[in-house]
Ligand binder design. Structure first.
Ligand code: MN
Length: 352
């Protein structure tokens, strides 16, 4: 899909002081896209502040080497500090709930809003929406915007954008990865992105706590629906026992769906403030976003998630019931449009 970037060019031309933000618990795509967008806006001579509802997870510190780019709403930045902002660019999200503690501020913001995103789920946020659900990452869209608006990739922007694309494509291996993904990646590498160094910074700086937590979580893995559903949990006690922190659960859900015969994988994480965060991954056409929407969450077909205020003991069986229901539905009524992708769900597990 080709995005028409003229509305972004107009939006940028009309304002001087920008606020860039993204979703709570930001991932590589969220933060890397912000780095790219901040660079683009600065090249256009604009004043930019990047303010997020969540703190930046430590593993992404390299995206902001001087520690001056990412600001935290609520601790260092208060609504009054942002009174001079004329426009907000919202990246990698399209729902109010994903703005966390910043939702109220953004709702009441008197200036203009623009969204660049690739998620299916969408609220009316009163914004210009530049959305391409076929894009592998918001970072790819920002990279396209940089080129469409005749800006250059600085080394810093290239590092941010390749992080965004690499993380959302599982390092160039998810089905969303296309020849175009590599063409964009090649340009970013030429502009100074060091893939080998970035990979080391992201994946070879595990804490002992994270490895112990992973060990416990993988030991606790369980199956349902003839092995087609694989799930596990991280409890508050697991965090206390191992010393891991919630941000260190990123990517952990991906292990669940690697079990041979699994169509759906889930991870349930008990939150310190109460409630449970759930993440779901699928293969063979199960629609994760649809499942997540039933519990107020959202995401993509193959990866989604959400948060439920109930305790784990109540939450987990309800989500599993919904997964079983949705899997049964797929088996009974294959959608002809997605028949190819759901065929293996229909086939007996042992024949796959
Ligand atoms: Mn994304």
């Amino acid at each position: 899909m080709r995005t028409d970037w003229t509305s972004l060019a107009d939006f940028i031309a009309r304002h001087e002081r920008f606020l860039v933000t993204t979703h709570v618990r930001p991932d590589g795509d969220a933060l890397g896209s912000e780095v790219g967008m901040a660079g683009l806006l600065r090249q256009k001579g604009k004043d930019v502040r990047v303010v997020n509802a969540s703190q930046t997870p430590a593993r992404y510190d390299y995206l902001d080497p001087s520690g001056t780019l990412f600001e935290h709403f609520g601790s260092t930045v208060h609504p009054a500090d942002l009174a001079d902002r004329q426009a907000i660019v919202i990246l990698d999200l399209s729902s109010w709930s994903q703005l966390g503690d910043m939702a109220e501020f953004v709702r009441g913001f008197p200036g203009s809003r623009l969204i660049i995103d690739h998620h299916v789920s969408q609220d009316d946020m009163g914004a210009i929406v530049l959305k391409d659900t076929s894009a592998e990452a918001t970072g790819s869209l920002v990279a396209k915007a940089v080129k469409a608006l005749r800006c250059e990739f600085t080394g810093e922007m290239a590092t941010g954008l390749i992080t965004a694309i690499a993380m959302d494509t599982g390092w160039f291996r998810h089905p969303s990865t296309s020849p175009d993904t590599f063409r964009t990646a090649a340009e970013l590498v030429e502009a100074g992105a060091n893939v080998s160094e970035i990979y080391k910074l992201l994946f070879e700086r595990n804490t002992l706590g994270r490895l112990k937590m992973m060990g416990g979580t993988l030991c606790g893995i369980q199956t349902d629906f003839d092995g087609r559903v694989v799930y596990t949990t991280v409890t508050r006690d697991d965090f206390d026992r191992t010393g891991a922190i919630p941000a260190e659960t990123e990517d952990l859900v991906d292990f669940t769906v690697t079990v041979d015969g699994a169509d759906v994988g889930l991870l349930f994480i008990e939150q310190r403030r109460g409630g449970v965060k759930f993440s779901v991954r699928s293969r063979n056409g199960f629609d994760c976003a649809r499942l997540a929407r039933r519990f107020g969450g959202g995401g993509h077909k193959a990866a989604a998630g959400g948060m439920i205020p109930d305790p784990l003991a109540e939450h987990l069986p309800r989500v599993l019931d919904a997964v079983r229901e949705q899997l049964t539905e797929v088996i009974k009524q294959p959608d002809p449009a997605t028949d190819r992708s759901t065929r293996s769900v229909l086939a007996p597990a042992e024949n796959r």
